[in-house]
Design a protein around this ligand. Sequence first.
Ligand code: ATP
Length: 220
Amino acid sequence: MRPQNRQFAVIGLGRFGRAVCETLRKQGYQVVGTDIDEGLVAQALSDRIVDNAIELDSTKPNALREAGIFETDTVIVAIGKYVEESIITTLNCKEAGVNFVAAKASTEIHGKLLKKVGADLVVFPEYDAGCELAHRLTRPSILERFDLDPEHSIVELKVPEAFHGKTLAELEIRNRYGLNIVAVGNAEKFKINPNPQERLYKDLAMVVIGSNRDIQRLPM
Ligand code: ATP
């Protein structure tokens, strides 16, 4: 689907909701923002982080229907503090047949309730940001991280000093670390599935797949 044709609705224009709107809009998607607070609606419009913004109470199914929220492909429920409102809003959207509802949870029990009423994706922003920060601080050479599950990741990191000038065969990454190097290169070009004779240099980056524990064992 072309970005322009895919529609998103963000319910709740606090810091989290605004960040979602801004990022989607920058990527060329159509975004409607809603909030019960008139001032936040006006602010989102004047900051141009949404295509349209509507003041409504999302616990009222009719208000959501009239605003066309149920016709969007994806709804993001960005209400954290008001647990009851967040759950009712999610339930309203799923009952009305919205294809995909992502919701923000503030606690574990909030997350469980959101799943029970049908949320397709539940995120815990404070928890995720804390994990991300800890990873960043302990592994400064990691450039990008994609979490596959809580224990496994794909990471892009700078080739460690200790690997400089050595081939993959010499380094025995798989035997010594239990990791697979799936690509080596730089911003211009990456070699995918490098062969064992590929030599690593410290100005290059490498993409590694494996368990977080094994990734932590790599030298800096
Ligand atoms: P932040 O995103 O800034 O961290 P938060 O997690 O504390 O905020 P809340 O303050 O719980 O989030 O809610 C986010 C927004 O959702 C607020 O701007 C609030 O006005 C809005 N909101 C709360 N209840 C409703 C409702 N029933 N209908 C529409 N919007 C609502």
